[in-house]
Write a protein that binds this ligand. Structure first.
Ligand SMILES: C[S@@+](CC[C@H](N)C(=O)[O-])C[C@H]1O[C@@H](n2cnc3c(N)ncnc32)[C@H](O)[C@@H]1O
Length: 368
């Protein structure tokens, strides 16, 4: 299964299980990144450069945008910051030859081909202030998406932990990295984490190299990356507990004869969570960007997580992936997540601050 063929996308539409209604966590992250984004656009966007193009259009790409409304908050904040910077530059410039006229904005919303772009556009019409032109760009951000040097600002929030594919070794019974009985590398043998990490490095390198070609000289990029601080044992985190709960739900359904053990063993989540030093080393090794800032963001939803929200968020993100793997006749998604909710409700670690170790990193880059 690779990203071209699998359902690597959020639950679409506007229903109760949709991503649009179950993504407050991701929205809070976008909100907590706003101030830093504003400050750094103000200090690093160079409005003295000649007009970006003859039509004075400023192009923004949101990579892994999903269906909204979060993506609109993110891009509208970027637009506001860029406009402010132009207005400020206009007030302060003494040089009559430099025209800091505020550009027009074009926003490209990118996600995988199976993303529900119809809902995205409907949500955009209903919820956004619409001071910009929009276009959808289906395709993987691990590949080329835009003409060279055509984008001024790229944004990517809570999407880069998605690998382009699951490392094959984790499903091979003869491999040292065979991940039988687990849904993820958390708590597994070192070899399992290693093959996930190799895949992540390759994916991030591709992501950075393609963006470097697409961004203009001096173009800026913000990434919000879900990870773990250096030295933290991820299996002893609330995310580790949540993935363990998911694995035990599959085992229960297999014991009841509702799904095959083989299908359970071959199910692995395509996520990798780097530490900040790992991330920094990857960006430096790629060599195409200057790191302007890497900062820890405030942790979202840390006040008494509601078990129903924990389960609903997970379902909105991986529901399609599970159906794809088990086949829509092979598993009842409602039954699986009912069981998940029961187990989450009875997992006190999930509500214990000691386990809240996952951390989100804000990364601001400038193309060299
Ligand atoms: C958790 S959602 C985040 C959505 C949005 N950025 C937000 O903050 O609400 C992750 C998104 O990344 C998308 N995604 C995952 N891998 C991708 C890839 N290789 N290329 C483009 N989008 C991808 C998924 O389809 C999903 O919509």
């Amino acid at each position: 299964m690779d990203e071209a063929s699998c359902k690597y996308h959020m639950i679409g539409g506007d229903g109760p299980n949709s991503y649009a209604h179950n993504s407050v966590y991701q929205k809070e992250l976008i909100v907590s990144a706003e101030d830093l984004t504003n400050q750094l656009i103000n200090s690093h966007l160079d409005t003295n450069k000649p007009p970006f193009d003859p039509r004075n259009t400023f192009r923004i790409a949101d990579l892994g945008c999903s269906v909204g409304p979060n993506t609109f908050f993110a891009v509208e904040n970027i637009i506001k910051s860029v406009e402010n910077k132009y207005k400020k530059s206009n007030r302060t410039t003494q040089n009559p030859n430099i025209n800091h006229q505020t550009p027009e904005f074009q926003v490209f919303f990118n996600d995988l081909v199976n993303n529900d772009f119809n809902t995205l556009f409907k949500n955009n019409l209903h919820t956004s202030k619409k001071s910009y032109f929009i276009a959808g760009v289906p395709g993987s951000f691990h590949s080329r998406l835009f003409p060279k040097e055509s984008i001024h600002f790229a944004h990517c929030s809570t999407a880069l932990h998605w690998l382009s594919r699951i490392p094959e070794e984790v499903r091979e019974s003869g491999s040292m990295a065979w991940n039988k009985g687990r849904v993820h590398y958390f708590g597994a043998r070192e070899e399992v984490k290693e093959v996930y990490s190799v895949r992540y490095k390759k994916d991030m390198d591709d992501f950075l190299s393609f963006r470097a070609r697409e961004l203009v000289d001096g173009g800026l990029m913000v990434m919000v990356v879900l990870g773990f601080p250096d030295g933290v044992v991820a299996s002893e985190s609330s995310m580790g507990v949540a993935f363990g709960v998911l694995g035990s739900c599959f085992e229960d359904l297999a014991k009841m004869g509702k799904i095959s053990g083989e299908k359970v063993d071959s199910f692995n989540l395509p996520f990798y969570y780097p530490s900040p030093s790992e991330l920094k080393a990857l960006i430096e090794a790629n060599g195409m960007f200057d790191i302007v800032r890497i900062a820890k963001l405030a942790a979202p939803m840390r006040v008494k997580p509601d078990p129903r929200i924990v389960t609903a968020h997970l379902r909105a993100v991986i529901g399609e992936l599970i159906e794809e793997h088990f086949g829509s006749n092979g598993i009842s998604i409602d039954e699986l997540f009912k069981l998940h909710l029961q187990k989450v409700t009875n997992s006190p670690e999930l509500f214990d601050e000691e386990y809240w170790k996952e951390t989100n990193y804000f990364v601001f880059l400038k193309r060299k």
